[in-house]
Design a protein around this ligand. Structure first.
Ligand SMILES: [Zn+2]
Length: 468
C-alpha cells in the first residue's frame, strides 16, 4: 500500500506501527448544522481508505470525532431558545442519516468532545507542567508556540513579517500572536464546564489530540501515537498544526506517522460557502440524486484533487454507474457466494492500494464490464464467466460500495410512488392478458406502459420496468 503523505509531500509505502493493525483518526463534524458536500467528500474518502486497508488484511481501528462543544453550537441554541444537547443530538443524528445514504460505514469509535473532557484536562496539565502552556489573568490557557521548536513543521508555513511583529506589539497577555487557546475561561451564565483550571470551555484543537491519546494510542507508544491522521485540506493549518504541537509537547511522541488530506469541494467552479449561498447540503442533494450515485460521483475524482460539483459530470458518472447495473441486470437471478480470487479482484485492489487511485480502479471496472458484455453477446451459455462476473461485482460492492441495489429498482430512481403503483398495476393486467393469449389487449397495455417514458423487460423472474 502506498499513501501520499501530505506533510512529507511524497508518496510513501505504508508500513503500520503494529503488524496487521492500523489506527486511523479523521476530524469529524461540528454538529450545529446539516452536513454539506465537503463533509461527505471527507467521510467518503476515509470510508474508502478503511475498506481498502481491511481488504489488505489489516485490522483497522477507525475513529472520527463529533465536536459537540463549540461557539457556533451555543449561538444556534441560544437563537432557537433550545438546549445545546437538543442541537447536537439533532445534527449528530442527521449526519449519521446522510452518511448512511451515501453508503458510508460508521467508524469504530465516534468520541464526543463532551465525553472526552478528562483526557483534555490531562493534556492541558501536561503542557503546563512541561512549560508549553501558560495561563493569563482572566483564566484562559494558551499554548506557547515559541516553546515548540517543531511548530509549523506540519503545514510548512513561514510566519510573515506582520506575524513576527505582532509578537512584539502584542498588547494583551498572549505571549505570541500565533499562540492558541487550550482553555477558554467563561463568565457565569455562559455554557461552561468545571475543570481543574476553573470554569470554561476547551479550545477546538485540543479535543482531537486528547481523543487520539485516549482512544487510539497504544500503551507503549515509541514514535507516533497513530498510523494515519486524515481530514480536509482546509484543516492542515491551523488545526492539524496545533493538534500536532499539543501531542508532541504533552507526550514524548508525534501524533501520526502518515497524514492524508482530501481536496476542497467547489460547486460550478466556485468555492462552497454559506455567504455565497451555494452550500450544498447532502439532504438536499439526496432529494434530486440517488445516494449511491452521489457516492460514485464524489469518489470518481482522486481524493487529493479539488472536486468540482456540476450537473454535467454527475450525468457522466450516472452513465458509468448505469453500465455496472446493466451488467448486473443481465446476470439477475444468479446467486453466487464465493471468496474465490480472480484476476479482476487483484487488479482492482492493486489500483486502490496506490494512494486510492480511483481513476485506475474505475477503468479496471469499465474494462471488466465491456469484456463480460462482449462475451455474453457471443453464442454459448458462458456459465463460468457469469459466475466469475458475479464474484467480481460482489467485490466492487465490498470495496467501493457501488452496485448494492436491485438493478431494476436502480433504474426506477426519480419516479414517484403514484406512477410506480400505476405501472405495477398495468404490468399485472398485461401479464393476465398474455396468459389468456389476448394479444390485442396485452399490446395496448404495453403501449400504455411505454407512454410513461419507461421500457419493460420480460425475464424469467418476472416483468420489470425502468426509466428510458
Ligand atoms: Zn481534528
Amino acid at each position: 500500500m502506498y499513501i501520499f503523505d501530505s506533510v512529507q509531500k511524497i508518496k510513501r509505502e505504508f508500513i503500520s506501527l503494529k503488524k496487521n493493525e492500523v489506527s486511523l483518526y479523521v476530524c469529524g463534524p461540528t454538529v450545529y448544522d446539516d452536513a454539506h458536500l465537503g463533509h461527505a467528500k471527507s467521510a467518503l474518502v476515509f470510508d474508502l481508505l478503511s475498506r481498502v486497508l481491511r481488504a489488505e488484511g489489516y485490522h483497522v481501528k477507525y475513529a472520527r470525532n463529533i465536536t459537540d462543544i463549540d461557539d457556533k453550537i451555543i449561538k444556534k441554541a441560544s437563537e432557537l431558545g433550545v438546549s445545546i444537547k437538543e442541537i447536537t443530538d439533532k445534527y449528530t443524528e442527521a449526519y449519521h442519516v446522510d452518511m448512511a445514504h451515501l453508503g458510508i460505514q460508521r467508524p469504530d469509535i465516534e468520541p464526543k468532545a463532551t465525553e472526552s473532557l478528562d483526557a483534555m484536562f490531562l493534556m492541558i496539565q501536561n503542557l503546563l507542567d512541561r512549560g508549553h502552556a501558560y495561563q493569563i489573568s482572566n483564566g484562559d490557557i494558551y499554548f506557547d508556540t515559541v516553546s515548540d521548536a517543531e511548530y509549523l513543521s506540519i503545514s510548512h508555513r513561514v510566519q510573515n513579517e506582520d506575524e513576527k511583529q505582532n509578537r512584539v506589539l502584542n498588547s494583551d497577555e498572549k505571549k505570541n500572536s500565533a499562540d492558541f487557546a487550550l482553555w477558554k475561561s467563561v463568565n457565569d451564565g455562559d455554557i461552561s464546564f468545571d475543570s481543574p483550571f476553573g470554569k470554561g470551555r476547551p479550545g477546538w484543537h485540543l479535543e482531537c489530540s486528547a481523543m487520539i491519546e485516549k482512544h487510539l494510542a497504544c500503551e507503549n507508544v515509541s514514535k507516533y501515537a497513530i498510523d494515519i491522521h486524515g481530514g480536509g485540506a482546509d484543516l492542515l493549518f491551523p488545526h492539524h498544526e496545533n493538534e500536532a504541537a499539543q501531542t508532541r509537547c504533552s507526550t514524548n511522541h508525534e501524533i501520526a506517522a502518515y497524514w492524508m488530506h482530501n481536496g476542497f469541494v467547489n460547486i460550478d467552479g466556485e468555492k462552497m460557502s454559506k455567504s455565497l449561498g451555494n452550500s450544498f447540503f447532502i439532504k438536499d442533494a439526496l432529494k434530486i440524486y440517488d445516494g449511491e450515485l452521489l457516492r460514485f460521483y464524489l469518489l470518481s475524482t482522486h481524493y487529493r484533487s479539488n472536486f468540482n460539483f456540476n450537473d454535467e459530470d454527475l450525468l457522466a458518472s450516472k452513465k458509468r454507474l448505469d453500465k455496472l447495473y446493466r451488467l448486473k441486470k443481465r446476470l439477475f437471478g444468479l446467486e453466487v457466494h464465493s471468496d474465490m480470487q480472480t484476476a479482476f479482484k487483484t487488479k482492482l485492489l492493486h489500483a486502490l492500494k496506490d494512494d486510492l487511485n480511483v481513476s485506475t480502479a474505475l477503468s479496471v471496472i469499465d474494462e471488466m464490464i465491456s469484456s463480460v458484455n462482449e462475451t455474453l453477446d457471443s453464442a454459448g451459455k458462458h456459465k463460468e464467466l457469469k459466475r466469475e462476473a458475479m464474484i467480481d461485482m460482489a467485490y466492487i460492492e465490498e470495496l467501493l460500495g457501488f452496485g448494492l441495489q436491485n438493478p431494476f429498482e436502480y433504474f426506477q430512481t426519480g419516479v414517484d410512488k403514484e406512477t410506480r403503483e400505476k405501472l405495477q398495476e398495468l404490468i399485472e393486467k398485461r401479464n393476465i392478458a398474455k396468459k389468456e393469449k389476448d394479444f390485442a389487449t396485452s399490446d395496448s397495455l404495453r403501449d400504455e406502459i411505454l407512454s410513461y417514458g419507461v421500457t419493460i423487460m420480460d425475464t424469467p423472474q418476472g416483468t420489470f420496468w425502468e426509466r428510458v
